[in-house]
Design a protein around this ligand. Structure first.
Ligand code: HPA
Length: 356
């Protein structure tokens, strides 16, 4: 289905999001109703005391996962109930980078059935929802009051997966790159798990390691948020302390321990690209406190925080950054390393999604 963008001339950001939601919400809710019909909620159940099922809109996923370069394979682990290409979403740009498909997937991460998991439950204590943290935004609030059971089905935990990320190096504005995230948030998502392939700036890290992002440096010189007329959604300054939620960081640490996998921790520095860096830039970034470098993530995290979402970030270190090894960096090695570690990253993500 090709979407015909309608005639309104200068729609506000809120109007653009609402139009996208108007296309996606019925599809999501129809899929959720179908799922509910096959799992419970029949007249027989109700007659026998089974609680009535929640409204489909309340069952929408609370977590959105953005897959980075070469990590699209992970999407094959999602039992999709809905997959809609970016082309069909009003005002959404399409992804053009190799390895990025560009679709909005709603489904269950295979293996995230909550029965039988042994994640520490204390982890969830102190976790906050986005509802109390939306200072500075004036999003419609109805979708942010989903119940605790939202997005959980008998089969596992439902997520929205943004497969195929939009980059500024493709010519999109920072705001455009975050549009799918804005739509996911408007549909009810309150948590963002962001993944990426990154170059290791910290020389003690190794190719193939996973790095928990504890903070970032936005070196792109731009932000998806401007306090201007183009943006009627975020209208005040917002805080970036603890941009990467401590609660989620702990979930990742516990999950890595359980999986017995090496987990580095550090600061991600975001650049615009598309050139890989010069060795001098990497030396400079190291002295600024960066542990990894990449061409994504910082705008998405900035937007997520502006919306009051909780963020979890994980980098897959696909190569040593420029100048560390005596060889050039190639996109092929980035994709190969990402593909080689996609399995462990997928296991890690399943664990943290279940424990959230
Ligand atoms: N630099 C920037 N972006 C990247 C790199 C890198 O070395 N590796 C993967 N994405």
């Amino acid at each position: 289905m090709a979407f015909v963008k309608d005639g309104k001339e200068n729609p506000t950001l809120t109007e653009r999001i609402q139009e996208a939601v108007a296309v996606l919400a019925p599809v999501l809710d129809a899929a959720a109703s179908k799922e509910a019909d096959t799992s419970h909620g029949t007249a027989h159940d109700e007659a026998h005391g089974t609680p009535p099922r929640t409204a489909p809109s309340e069952a929408r996923p609370r977590t959105v996962l953005i897959l980075g370069s070469g990590l699209g394979e992970l999407a094959t682990e999602i039992k999709a109930s809905v997959e809609i290409s970016y082309e069909e979403i009003p005002y959404c740009k399409t992804a053009g980078a190799p390895g990025h498909q560009g679709s909005f997937i709603v489904g269950t991460l295979a293996g995230t059935n909550t029965a039988g998991t042994n994640m520490p439950s204390s982890d969830t204590a102190g976790s906050t929802t986005a509802t109390g943290d939306t200072a500075g935004t004036n999003m419609p609030s109805s979708d942010t009051t989903v119940s605790n059971t939202a997005g959980t089905t008998k089969a596992g935990t439902e997520i929205i997966c943004l497969k195929g990320r939009l980059h500024t190096y493709e010519g999109h504005t920072p705001l455009e790159t975050t549009f799918p995230l804005l739509v996911a948030h408007a549909l009810g998502a309150q948590n963002l798990i962001v993944t990426n392939a990154a170059g290791a700036v910290n020389k003690s890290f190794e190719v193939g390691d996973l790095m928990l992002i504890t903070d970032h440096i936005n070196f792109t010189g731009s932000s998806p948020v401007t306090l201007s007329k183009e943006n009627d959604l975020i209208t005040s300054f917002f805080d970036m302390t603890n941009a990467y939620a401590p609660t989620w960081q702990n979930r990742v640490r516990h999950a890595a321990q359980e999986l017995n996998c090496t987990l580095r921790e550090g600061v991600y520095l975001g650049v615009r690209g598309p050139a890989f860096e010069t060795p001098a830039e990497i030396r400079a970034f190291r002295s600024l406190g960066a542990d990894a470098v990449g061409m994504s993530t910082v705008h998405e995290v900035t937007m997520a925080r502006a919306l009051g979402m909780e963020v979890c970030g994980i980098s897959l270190l696909s190569n040593m950054a420029a100048g560390i090894l005596d060889k050039p960096i190639t996109p092929a090695e980035v994709n190969e390393a990402a593909a080689a570690s996609a399995d462990i990253l997928s296991k890690l993500i399943k664990k943290i999604v279940v424990s959230s």
